[in-house]
Design a protein around this ligand. Sequence first.
Ligand code: TEU
Ligand code: CA
Length: 590
Amino acid sequence: MTEPTADEQLIDRAWWKESVIYQIYPRSFNDTNDDGVGDIPGIIEKLDYLDDLGVDIIWLNPVYESPNADNGYDIADYQSIMDEFGTMEDWEELLDGLHDRGIKLIMDLVVNHTSDEHEWFVNARDPDSEYHDYYIWKNGRTDIDGFTGHLGPEDEAPPNQWESFFGGPAWAYDEEVGKWYLHLFDEKQPDLNWENPEVRDEIFEMMEWWLDKGIDGFRMDVINLLSKPDSVTKHDPPQNSTQVWETFDGPRMQEFLDTMHDRVLADQDVFALGEMMGRMDMETAIDYVGRDGPLSTLFHFDHVLLDHGGKIWETNEWTLNDLRDSFNRWQYGLADDGWNSIYLSNHDQPRLVSRFGNDDEYREESAKLLATLIFTLRGTPYIFQGAEIGMTNYPFDSLDEFRDVETINPVRNALESGEIDNFDDIKHGLRHNSRDNARTPMQWDDSEHAGFTDGEPWIGVNPNHDEINVEAARDDEDSIWHYYRELMELRKDSDVSDVMVYGDYEVLINDHEEVWSYVRTLGDERLLVTLNFAEWESHTWIPEYEVDFNPHDMEAELLLCNYGADERATDVDAEAFDLRPWEARIYRLK
Ligand code: TEU
Ligand code: CA
């Protein structure tokens, strides 16, 4: 970052605003003992890789003991490491290795639910145990007139008709207890009862334990689901409600997070990132991540729901206007208070270049364009492993190739009920939507299993690893990988770093069907970012009436272009120019 300037008072600095986050999905990153599953020693082996790439924070997906019904998001013990991934000593070595290189570590915090194999839940089955009330138990309903869903024993219906996010009812009947427990996700992921103060204490103590071990923060899984609606906590829930979104931002949500903040986070300079489900209004968002809020920043789902239909195999068409609108809402919404997280992919989402770009003819160009977007919007940027080499979706051909519950469960249910006839009818949609696209192994080189493992990988390696791999990308100085590094250098270590991180965002020509352009401004510094989302040439300009400067007087100095700094990109009038297919440029306006 540059020396303090007169604009310094405009800047509310924080290390996590200036950082770039790299997300590691350990199961698919690097395997060192040939069991086909990535592991912590595998990450340690790649520490120099992460350092060379130039990232600042690692977000590690769950590595805790787990039966892996949902790949670690079903935790059986919060304070131990999954055998498959290694030992606590390995984890400590990883933390030290990162810190030695100036890289921070944030851990996944999954406290909406545990595994049904967690000791708490095992004990909770005894109604006299102090753990019984750690979970949400309800009686079923016998007044089942008009009920069409799944029935329990003796024709008892679940307490309400909420559907789990992974398909099927959100309640499971437990024989031993004779009651139903709530699970918003898989049956093996019972929801914790946050109304119980002992649950809160346990979780807060566990968080302190990890912070004492030296971690730098948490990514908080589905954190706005913790507080359940009154209908569930106070009395028996309404019988015909299928509105599972009633569970978003529940009545005590703010209180729970404020307490977490005051008790655990406040005194330490930690990064707290909340994953927030549902479409949130800005007031609620600012309550969470504003100056006085408990969290640093959040993940929302607005832009990643654009192309999703109701079912896992259903897709929707999206336009550039939709994408830009969803980002505009947040860019402007958190302009004065709060801070955005900018991501286009993660372990739950298909590959960004296959989804928002063109993974065929313009794979390189569009992957670079999307990276430009991620690094130049206002907010902390995220790279999900493999994005830096432009990894693509996987050509799934049968249901056996999938591993993810969110994909498999609903498809099995639909095949059983006859809602769909066969896999082939929905193949296209699953290929487009499935989370498994993100989970195929990291492509390190062009060897048999892409250098990920010498054993049999737990999920297929993308056949395109012979071309798309880290080794090839590092050898080619025009690669996506090197472009990511250039973007990070600009953002972190250049004359324009401050404006790139902290500058105001102003969109231009908001209805342009091909080009998304915006200006970032901080004091006298101005950047123009211009991105052509089309496979053809597009014309664009700076409309005089939309900006508070005169574009005719401006000189445009090219800082970065995904076609290289050739004459077409360097020799332009700032007021109007043409962009090549999927071309991205960053100019400094003077
Ligand atoms: O994800 C939240 C979540 O609900 C996602 O499953 C999302 O709805 C879906 O991916 C969109 O396609 C978090 C974790 O990131 C995810 O991996 C877990 O499965 C889930 O919570 C339960 O812990
Ligand atoms: Ca392994």
